[in-house]
Design a protein. Structure first.
Length: 116
């Protein structure tokens, strides 16, 4: 059974940084393109950043380019999201999943709250 467990959420002042981690188990992690998504209350869950199987290819939603970095460690079955210069409007629950996402893989997701 596949399990994705995110960690690293919290409270941060606008302009600050956080790093999220996602631990994967239950399948061959290196075979999957992975991504981070986020969801604010009452809105859809949106793509934020993705990374190819080897880690060489990354892609981002325009609003986070230059501030967020996605990277992975296939040996540890981990994917990370380094977030810099955070903005209050990026307050959300953040999730990792494959890309495209698989419904049954959604975890709880950590809350990130950015205050001004």
């Amino acid at each position: 059974q596949v399990q994705l467990v995110e960690s690293g959420g919290g409270l941060v002042q606008a302009g600050g940084s956080l790093i999220l981690s996602c631990a994967a188990s239950g399948r061959t992690f290196s075979s999957d393109t992975m991504a981070w998504f986020r969801q604010t209350a009452g809105k859809t869950r949106d793509f934020v950043a993705g990374i190819g199987r080897s880690g060489a290819d990354t892609y981002y939603v325009d609003s986070v380019k230059g501030r967020f970095t996605i990277f992975r460690d296939n040996a540890l079955s981990m994917v990370y999201l380094q977030m810099n210069t955070l903005k209050p409007e990026e307050t959300a629950v953040y999730y990792c999943n494959t890309h495209p996402p698989v419904t049954k893989y959604w975890g709880q997701g950590p809350q990130i709250t950015v205050y001004s």
